[in-house]
Design a protein around this ligand. Structure first.
Ligand SMILES: Cc1cc2nc3c(=O)[nH]c(=O)nc-3n(C[C@H](O)[C@H](O)[C@H](O)COP(=O)(O)O)c2cc1C
Length: 386
């Protein structure tokens, strides 16, 4: 008898041959591996992702949207895959903006253990790093089932001591919505972000999220330009301030406006009553030639003041990047592509290992900049940023 490991629920299965599905969580055989193959390190998870994402993403050490990377090099006229829109300038702007930020390295003072704990919309987290809302992994070489992808992200985030967002895309329908299916499977421990569909459709999806006990809901306002959604009979729209107000009033849950890049528009979202603004250019996937998120984040924080929670995402790869975003004004930081690779590589386990690694490097970054707790993460720890 051989032993098999389900990378979604961690169950050990005894069988001569690889089981077709996990007897506990029903994950299919793509999520099951021999116990000898179970990765113990993030490097092994990335190696597994590289194999499964062949031709789409090579899980490079530097994920920056440069032309030497397969996601960007082959972009013209091809599906966007994990790349950026157009020539990938916005994708690259995210990592370049973060590269320009430098730390003041502080070595004097009392020895201390950095405290990374925080609360996000009333949920206690070990550290302020969340899995970003992403969707569509199933379409990459059919490497995994979309609902299993979503469950892996939600479970892996929870096991690492944080929480996951989930996305929405053209093959998600009201009747079969992998993000909401996964929310149900995870007792609502997650945050669905819906595409800017019609108000009526959004209200129905929000109602389901409430029924499942989700912690918040949101809309990626920057998803309004998606043509594939319309082609698949699921049209998306630009949202007015009135539309956002209506959704905020409609739901009893905190509301997240994702994909805001302009201080004036951020202020309008605050005025509409949103609890969180997710400063994001969608990982550079919706408009070529925007500034990097790290460039606009301090301007947005300055405009909206302390009254609203800000998340930031785009090009964040390490705990060092996380601390830069926090110091520039974010309350929490989202990870996109890295979490996709972790989930494709090794399901829940991959996501957990990835987030734990980022937590470790965040602590290191805080220690070496004399940042004892998250309240101290401000522009003073950055070189020449006062
Ligand atoms: C393949 C892929 C799919 C995505 N799908 C969604 C989505 O459905 N909804 C959403 O709000 N954002 C989506 N995003 C954007 C992410 O939430 C996030 O803003 C972005 O990935 C952050 O940049 P990073 O990938 O460089 O970390 C997607 C990003 C990628 C790479």
């Amino acid at each position: 008898m051989n032993q098999w490991y389900c990378s979604v629920c961690h169950e050990i299965l005894n069988a001569e041959n690889k089981p077709a599905s996990c007897e506990i969580c029903r994950a299919d055989d793509r999520m099951i591996m021999s116990t000898e193959q179970v990765p113990g390190t993030l490097e092994q998870v990335r190696d597994m992702a590289r194999t499964k994402l062949k031709g789409i993403c090579a899980a490079y050490p530097a994920c920056d949207g440069n032309f030497d990377k397969i996601c960007q090099r082959e972009a013209y006229g091809k599906p966007i895959g994990l790349g950026g829109a157009g020539q990938g300038r916005s994708f690259r702007a995210n990592t370049e903006a973060l590269s320009r930020i430098e730390f003041n390295m502080s070595v004097l003072g009392d020895h201390f253990e950095p405290d990374t704990s925080c609360s996000f919309l009333g949920v206690d987290l070990k550290f302020p790093v969340l899995a970003a809302s992403t969707a569509g992994a199933q379409k990459y070489n059919e490497a995994l089932d979309e609902t299993q992808f979503c469950v892996s992200v939600l479970r892996g985030s929870k096991e690492a001591g944080t929480i996951g967002l989930r996305g929405d895309t053209w093959f998600y329908t009201r009747e079969d919505h992998p993000s909401l299916n996964a929310m149900k499977a995870c007792n609502g421990y997650g945050i669905p972000i819906f595409k800017p569909r019609s108000q009526d459709v959004l209200k129905k999806l929000i109602e389901t999220a409430q029924e499942y006990g989700c912690k918040a809901v949101g809309v990626d306002l920057d998803g309004c330009g998606s043509t594939i959604m319309a082609r698949q009979g699921q049209p998306v729209f630009k949202k007015s301030v009135k539309d956002i107000e209506e959704l905020v009033r409609f739901t009893s849950l905190p509301f997240i406006a994702k994909g805001v890049m302009m201080p004036e528009e951020a202020q309008k979202c605050v005025d509409a009553g949103v609890q969180v603004i997710a400063v994001s250019n969608h990982g550079g996937r919706v408009l070529d030639s925007t500034p990097g998120v790290a460039t606009v984040l301090p301007l947005i924080r300055k405009k909206v003041g302390k009254s609203v929670t800000l998340t930031a995402d785009g090009g964040v790869r390490t705990g060092y990047d996380v601390l830069k975003m926090l110091a520039l004004g974010a309350d929490a930081v989202l990870l996109g592509r890295d979490i996709i690779r972790a989930a494709v590589g090794a399901g829940t386990l991959g996501v957990k290992l990835h987030l734990e690694h980022v937590h470790k490097t965040l602590k290191k970054a805080m220690f070496m900049t004399g940042t004892k707790n998250l309240k101290m993460a401000d522009s003073k720890i950055l070189f020449n940023q006062d």
